[in-house]
Design a binder for this molecule. Sequence first.
Ligand code: C2E
Ligand code: CA
Ligand code: CA
Length: 371
Amino acid sequence: VNDILGHQAGDEMLIEVSRRLRGCAPTADVVARLGGDEFVVLLTACPDADAIAECIVRCLNVPVTIQGTVLRPSLSLGLASMARDNVGASELLRQADIAMYAAKAAGKNRFLRFHPDMMTALVQRTYMEGGLQLAVARSEISVDFQPIVSHRMDQVVTFEALARWDCDGTRVPPSVFIPLAERTGLINEIGAEVMARGMAELAPWLSRDPSRSLAVNVSGVQLQDPDFAQTVLGLAEAKGVAAYQLVLEVTESVFFDADCTLIKQLSTLREAGARVALDDFGTGYSSLGRLQDLPVDTVKIDRTFVSMVHTGNERLPILSSMINMAHSLGLTVTAEGVETAAQADYLTALECDTLQGYLFSLPQPGRRLEQ
Ligand code: C2E
Ligand code: CA
Ligand code: CA
């Protein structure tokens, strides 16, 4: 509210929220604002705290008009009891706080009562986040490469760099640490590390044939950085990699509410010769029809579509339409998650340009590239 309507409106919102909280709490009890958008309600002699919590969630979520704009406050509420757990004041507040975060993670506009398991989950998350913060400095981030092959030419044309994190000797899957890195902003540092390592390890292979390329995954967060494109191009120059040998893989979701920073970053990179690939194509929100407006050169058909091919004798109009449509827009097509020869043949028959998947190779460390 502060950012969109100004501080005056923010103050009005705080006053309205306080009024609603007061209305839910018994008169003898305390409603306080801790700071920012955090409030505490202290119930001293209340037989049914759950009922009050329910009332607060319901009342706060009612729309309010502030300076002519209708807003709907949302909240996450954590509940902790002194009597039940026999804890002191500061511990009580801490438990309520932890329960509040759990409520937020569970999808907002709800309340949750503190449970010791929440503590364990929080400690684990905090521990992992702490570890991830040091991962680059401790050289725990490495890169595996997975080939993308031209089936027709029977050769590797691209390697996709995939981030790996070894935390205290245990490999944490990207599906766990990438979302965490995106939430905390650490993806900027990690993404840069993956790019630098990827370029350094692949430079000799790339230099032998200008048609070869290196693909790197880029998340939406990174594209919010107005210097992103220049940083990438600077890095490529420093590592001796030509810009036209770079492919930036982004998912459809980054275009969902694309702003001008993002489009500008991708345009700058494309003007310098780099290509943009639309990753996991078909799983996001964008339609085939939107493809022609997006600054992309390649679509990577998600493996859920590839996995529809079993025997190779089925009719799959979705797959053929995707490929034909992309081609008619002048885009190249890569199929992901190709695991069987039947799938490879099927896709090649549909004129899919390049294939990637376990059929050809698992992601491997750079030292095994030649193999
Ligand atoms: P992605 O970009 O779709 O990467 C392909 C994923 O599919 C990889 O998983 C790869 O190991 C897996 N894969 C490849 N071939 C096959 C196959 O034939 N069958 C099956 N079932 N899977 C296959 P990985 O390495 O676990 O990466 C998961 C995701 O993490 C990536 O999905 C990407 O979205 C993200 N990610 C990885 N590295 C980075 C990075 O450096 N930056 C960003 N922003 N995201 C990354
Ligand atoms: Ca990818
Ligand atoms: Ca993908």
